[in-house]
Write a protein that binds this ligand. Structure first.
Ligand code: IMP
Length: 195
């Protein structure tokens, strides 16, 4: 099944290819000549994932999906949340985002470091919109560890494997248990029942 994944993030694309398997041929906007940044002007993950999917659908007319993901840290009142990508700078700077997160958390000594990733996937299939969600529970480490994954993975310690950051764990573990893994598998199940 040929479907556009509205992302320019190579880490997300690699994960989605693994999670969805060979039954899906994922096409990126860049491969279709769409290279502009899609402005994420929504105030929720739901809105931003819909904005990205609707933009790509309006440009291509093709079946497509987009995800929007946020890291919600309890002692920071759910921040960085929908602002996760541009937490420290406008530039999707993963290292700067983690540095800012660790320094904000240093201002909350003794408080629980619990957190979760939440992904919302918007699928536009035959012109109709469908929404899928997944979350991944864990906590924020005191310092970065590991080199796998992307984004906040070096500081996110999953409850299911509390001695390691996601960036230290095999990609197969992340894909099986992660926010995006759950949301994309729910989408794949829906497609298998409705195509
Ligand atoms: P967006 O969905 O691309 O807007 O992602 C928001 C931010 O969350 C980006 O800075 C990503 O790096 C980060 N992010 C999204 N998914 C993950 C993940 O699976 N692990 C770690 N960080 C992530």
């Amino acid at each position: 099944m040929k479907i556009v994944f509205a992302t320019a993030n190579v880490g997300k694309l690699r994960e989605a290819s693994e999670i969805l398997g060979s039954g899906f041929e994922l096409v990126t906007p860049a491969e279709l000549g769409i290279t502009e940044d899609i402005e994420e002007t929504g105030s929720t993950l739901e809105e931003n994932s819909a904005i990205k999917a609707e933009y790509i659908h309006s440009r291509t007319g093709m079946d497509c999906f987009a995800d929007d993901t946020g890291l919600e840290v309890d002692c920071l009142g759910g921040a960085p949340g929908v602002h996760s990508a541009r937490y420290a700078t406008e530039g999707h700077d993963f290292q700067a985002n983690m540095d800012k997160l660790l320094s904000e958390m240093a201002g909350h000594p003794g408080e629980p470091r619990t957190a979760r990733f939440r992904s919302v996937v918007t699928l536009i299939w035959k012109g109709e919109k469908h929404v899928f969600e997944g979350s991944f529970e864990g906590s924020i480490a005191e310092k970065k560890a590991g080199s796998g994954g992307f984004g906040y993975d070096p500081v996110f310690v999953p409850d299911l494997c509390p001695d390691h950051s996601v960036a230290e764990l095999p990609e197969s573990f992340k894909n099986e248990h992660s926010h995006r893994g759950k949301a994309l598998r729910a989408m794949a199940l829906w497609l298998s029942e409705h195509r």
